[in-house]
Design a protein around this ligand. Structure first.
Ligand code: DGL
Length: 265
């Protein structure tokens, strides 16, 4: 029997998973949530596969032991495409991952050319090759690693200014590839990127449509927790792996997402 106060744990390297939390709040407002950010390890996108797998498995192990969540969601494409299988093997609770939304993008594109924006680590994963081979047969998938967008989303949510050139550089990274002008659908394959979707929309122009997985992940969590009781016995909170000014600066944004307090692991 699931404890009614057992939380759902959302995990990311930084603020990206808040794009998933926003969708989860719409469909499961009554669910207690712990939002965990490995800010000591941010950014994951420039780390090696071994570094990411070790961090994610180790931290999720500690967090599940301490907070006993009913379910954990790796709200991070980089961590999921690298470590999802391994984490599922070692932890005994349902784990929901975040994988690039190539399947819906392939169903929507009219030009047959899809762009994929992710971290440098995500775009080189075999996981992405397999999604492409399975769901984008006969289409062209152009990939671009845009670490600057992670930093831009982090800055925006802290209320810091962001140079708009960051978004035009990301657009050029896809548009300037052979066939790049034909892109009509873009997979936001990093949970940070929907947080700057409006700015990306301006950089790419109105004829492009963006797809990401947040809504689908929220629906999956609803499905996996169907019939379970929920009771919030304390305010939801955010958990960070390192304290500092970067954490304090996020407090107003976290409060907007219903995360009323901050803890350090
Ligand atoms: N939010 C993460 C993702 O979905 C990664 C950002 C990073 O740490 O580089 O890929």
């Amino acid at each position: 029997m699931t404890e009614p106060s057992a939380p759902i744990l959302l995990f990311d390297s930084g603020v990206g998973g808040l794009s998933v939390l926003a969708e989860l709040r719409k469909v499961l407002p009554q669910a207690p949530v712990i939002y965990a950010a490995d800010n000591a390890g941010l950014p994951y996108g420039s780390k090696t596969e071994a570094q990411i797998a070790a961090r994610v498995a180790g931290l999720l192990g500690r967090m599940t032991e301490r907070y006993r969540p009913r379910l954990a969601c790796i709200a991070c494409n980089t961590a999921s495409t690298i470590a999802l299988g391994m984490v599922r093997e070692v932890l005994e609770l349902p784990i929901v991952g975040t994988v690039p939304a190539i399947k819906p993008a392939a169903a929507l594109t009219r030009s047959g050319t899809i762009g994929l924006l992710g971290t440098e680590a995500t775009i080189r994963q075999g996981y992405v090759d397999r999604l492409e081979a399975e769901f984008a047969v006969g289409k062209r998938l152009l990939r671009y690693g845009a670490p600057e967008l992670v930093a831009a989303a982090e800055a925006r949510l802290r209320g810091e200014p962001v140079d708009p050139a960051v978004f035009s550089r990301a657009a050029a990274g896809l548009r300037d590839q052979p066939d790049g002008q034909a892109i009509d659908t873009i997979v936001l394959a990093c949970t940070h990127f929907p947080l700057v979707e409006a700015e990306l929309g301006e950089a790419f122009g109105p004829e492009v449509r963006f797809i990401h997985g947040a809504e689908g992940i929220a629906r999956r969590i609803v499905h996996l927790t169907e019939g379970q009781p929920f009771a919030r016995t304390e305010p939801d909170f955010a958990l960070f792996t390192r304290d500092g000014a970067d954490v304090a600066a996020l407090a107003p944004t976290l409060a907007r997402f219903g995360l009323e307090r901050i803890e350090i692991l």
